[in-house]
Write a protein that binds this ligand. Sequence first.
Ligand SMILES: NC(=O)c1ccc[n+]([C@@H]2O[C@H](COP(=O)([O-])OP(=O)(O)OC[C@H]3O[C@@H](n4cnc5c(N)ncnc54)[C@H](OP(=O)(O)O)[C@@H]3O)[C@@H](O)[C@H]2O)c1
Length: 458
Amino acid sequence: MAAKRRAGLGLLGYGNIGREVYAYYRDGRRNARVVRIARRRINRPAPQAVKKLLVRRAEQVIADPATEIVVELTGDAERGAQYMLDSIEAGKHVVTANKEALATHWREIMGAAGRRGVSVGFGATVGGGMPVVRAMQRHASTDEVESFAGILNGTCNFILTKMKEYIVTHMDDPQIQKRSLPLEDALAQAQRLGYAEPDPTNDINGFDTKYKVAILANLAFDTAIDPADIYCEGIWQESQRILASDFYFLHHPRYLDGKYALRLAGIAERRGGRPALRVHPALIDTGGALADLAGVTENYNGIVINGRRLGRQFIKGLGAGPKPTTISVASDIREIAAGMSKPTKGGSQAENSGPPVPGARRGPALADVRKVRTRGYIRSVSPDVKGIYAKKLEILARHKVNVQSVVNVKEFLYGRDRFMPDYIEIDPAPDGAVRDVLRAFRRLRGVRDPMYFRVLEL
Ligand SMILES: NC(=O)c1ccc[n+]([C@@H]2O[C@H](COP(=O)([O-])OP(=O)(O)OC[C@H]3O[C@@H](n4cnc5c(N)ncnc54)[C@H](OP(=O)(O)O)[C@@H]3O)[C@@H](O)[C@H]2O)c1
């Protein structure tokens, strides 16, 4: 009986994911095997079998004739993208988990792969082990994707979940402010549990979600989006910081009583044939059409995809972690390796019979998100001085933003000057007008931390 053909894998990276991918193929029972591994610090402790495969330079792995599929797991946006392009140029298939590299170099990578006739597997770039990329590819190829909204960053979701839990547990404590969990402490907890990177900047400023939205939107709308064009707010930067009082306002029975869950969301919708894309903290109605998404807590990810004919689909799962992510990597490898072992006309190794390579064309320009009508709550913090609310209301009127109600959260006072947060509920208004209101609030003397909590509606 002929020996089973096993595709040769060249791993770029032996970190959290690279180690797990190596372990997955170690027993030799799969349809691929690891033939070479690159990492920067090859003198670090590693099993003898790994040491034999280790080289310092990614180029050596790519050039090795035994490498048929390059598995790019470096996490380096620029070098990672270059390695993928070099691999494609050398006629090798590519599998990657590197969302930043892929999102920021989509056109070059997909264009090169299409020309060279090789496959690019990238299921692990969005949602860890969840089959989000596959679902989006299927929806996009057979139906029309109208919109999607996802909780795509486990670190942010974990932080928001823990901050809320603290508030809800100590809701009736008169010392509630002292009992609340500041963002920094929630982040430290995430890092201790291994959910957040040592440098979590890209997670908490929303960039990680932005790259994932770009990749999914490229599939959904058959385009090639520059992630820099996506409107993005995170949960951490100055003037985009989530405060403990926000959870008190959202969950105390005296105020919104848990009507909404606060999540960092990546949102895409078709508006007049153009994709409108945004990333920001969003309020999701816990009893509404997106309740499934509102129920995604801890370090889980979730996404709702609205297809024209398929209707609404919801996927939830572990969006990161070595084991789930390895499943996505392995699933891409399996598909490519299966295609490789099929007889091809020319018998060439590069002949692409794996997953289809998505398009690389630049589709229609993005819709102007400033024109999208959103509603929600504007939070700002100000000292209790005469006339301050009148000034805020005057600004709102000037920008034609209608006010439903204004609520002071008296249980929370910040600093010696006793700054107090208030929440202004507004009717639907163009998003740009609300952002102009926030800019004007920032210029008001004594007013701090204006932030807009949009209600998510699809
Ligand atoms: N961690 C997750 O849960 C997760 C989930 C989904 C997707 N991802 C993505 O998967 C990728 C890998 O993540 P990770 O957590 O495994 O990262 P990591 O632990 O930092 O590992 C990166 C590995 O790549 C090596 N490396 C970096 N630059 C290199 C270069 N220029 N040449 C050769 N080797 C290089 C590093 O070498 P040294 O070992 O010598 O430092 C290390 O072994 C990233 O793109 C990440 O966004 C991660």
